[in-house]
Design a protein around this ligand. Structure first.
Ligand code: CO
Length: 458
């Protein structure tokens, strides 16, 4: 049986270990080798790569994508997209979502993995539809969480819903790395029995369980897994490509990977890892194993955020109380998956409840917006007392938040005027207005410098 391997070093590995700071020039020379290795796909764009390109690396993310595509021509390029939120956390109007998807594919993306943090699939429908229209592979993702209302039946139902929407494959996205091996086995099995499309699994090595999780998933019929080349694997990143290949091959599965080439790829990334350790961008602790998430059923990243937050307020001794408070807040909110932005919203509320000594005495604006339905349909029942406290007699939204948004692309294009060289610039500006403007300005200045320099030389 074939198991497809997606290499994540350029996106999730990069994002999870070194805050997505890998500049294009650092990996340009290895792209052709990556293309030869036999990967099913290379996740190289979307997620935080877009933001960091513009904000920290002074790179045009679209140009990066085109450059990657020019060197990786056989292997599919994959990106991660947050449905109606694109690469951020606010909802964009449909015309912007369609343009963004269209241009992602025009510039080189083959597979778009599309998810919504609440699994409100109305928030991914437009992106899925446009991916299909633009000739791409739409992978519908289910945000994985553990709660009393999330059971196999519910996940199977979600898989069915995605297939009915027209996705080409389904991915279980355990973005916080809380899945256990038996859960993986049962979940993949029920999905394979329910839907006729390929099923992929994405997880992180944080708790140390990920390689066993993948192994059990493959035993249950999982079609593909996400791995990172070993020097950028482990800890908050994905399990190692080479190790999973080794284990699976030994048991009679085929990955299609060429071990010698994969070794060359890792030899290339090893010194880069060293460089990022030296510069302090790669913190050693993200490479370790942190099993706290299994005790609290709260993602590792969320626990470290809470610790930082409490430390800042000199209240670190309250951590056990906050961890006790989280399940209650989560229940009141209808058991949302604890991923961004819900992990922050629930975390902040739990801290506030504990520090104030009274529950829901103060609510964040984000939590109010969530209760109003602006993020989408909560997975379960909300605590109606809190809803009434915030909404009074007002009814929560039952339609998609994006339905109320005016088209945005042409308006942004006008705003930018001559600063935008193409539609891609307009999309960068819509996604990150301030940062994109700074980037455009810098780009013009350096172009002017180059012209001056050329004139002087003449
Ligand atoms: Co991930």
């Amino acid at each position: 049986m074939k198991v497809n391997i997606t290499e994540t070093v350029l996106r999730d590995g990069n994002q999870s270990l070194i805050a997505t700071r890998l500049p294009f020039e650092d990996f340009a020379a290895i792209l052709e080798k990556i293309d030869e290795a036999g990967y099913y796909s290379v996740e190289c764009w979307g997620g935080a790569t877009f933001d960091t390109c513009l904000r920290y690396l002074n790179e045009d993310p679209w140009e990066r994508l085109r450059k990657i595509k020019s060197k990786i021509q056989k292997t599919k390029l994959q990106m991660l997209l947050r449905g109606q939120n694109l690469l951020g956390y606010k909802h964009y109007p449909d015309d912007v979502v369609r343009k963004f998807v269209e241009h992602s594919i025009l510039n080189g993306i083959d597979i778009i993995r599309i998810f919504d943090a609440l699994n409100d699939f109305r928030n991914i429908a437009v992106a899925v539809d446009q991916t299909k229209k633009s000739g791409g592979h739409a992978q519908g993702a289910i945000s994985y969480t553990i709660s009393p209302i999330h059971n196999l039946e519910k996940y199977a139902q979600m898989g069915k819903q995605l297939v009915e929407m027209g996705v080409d494959s389904v991915c279980i996205k355990d973005m916080s790395g809380i899945m256990g091996p038996q859960e993986a086995y049962d979940l993949i099995k029920v999905l394979k029995e329910t839907i006729k499309k390929p099923v992929f699994l994405h997880t992180h090595s944080t708790t140390g369980l990920a390689p066993i999780v993948y192994y059990k998933a493959v035993e249950a019929g999982c079609d593909g897994i996400d791995c990172a080349i070993s020097s950028f694997s482990g800890g908050t990143s994905q399990p190692a490509t080479e190790s999973l290949h080794y284990a699976l091959t030994q048991s009679g599965f085929e990955t299609g990977l060429d071990v010698a080439i994969v070794k060359e790829i890792n030899d290339y990334f090893k010194p880069l890892k060293e460089k990022f350790i030296q510069s302090g961008l790669l913190e050693p602790y993200v490479l370790g194993t942190d099993a706290d998430a299994l005790v609290y059923q709260v993602p590792g990243g969320m626990i470290s955020n809470l610790i930082a937050q409490l430390k800042q307020q000199n209240n670190l001794d309250k951590l056990p109380l906050v961890l006790q408070e989280i399940p209650g807040v989560r229940k009141d909110m209808g058991y949302p998956p604890l991923v961004t932005p819900m992990s922050q919203i629930v975390g902040v509320q739990a801290v506030t409840n504990v520090l104030m000594g009274e529950r829901y005495k103060s609510l964040s604006n984000e939590l109010k917006a969530y209760l109003k339905g602006e993020y989408g349909q909560p997975p379960g029942e909300l605590n109606q007392d809190i809803v009434r406290m915030v909404l009074g007699d007002e009814e929560p939204l039952t339609h998609r938040f994006a339905d109320d948004l005016e088209p945005g692309f042409e308006k942004a294009k006008k705003e930018l005027g001559s600063m935008a060289k193409n539609d891609e610039d307009v999309l960068s500006y819509i996604a990150f207005p301030q940062i994109a403007e700074n980037f455009f300005r810098h780009r013009e200045e350096s172009a002017a410098l180059k012209v001056n320099y050329a004139i002087k030389k003449v």
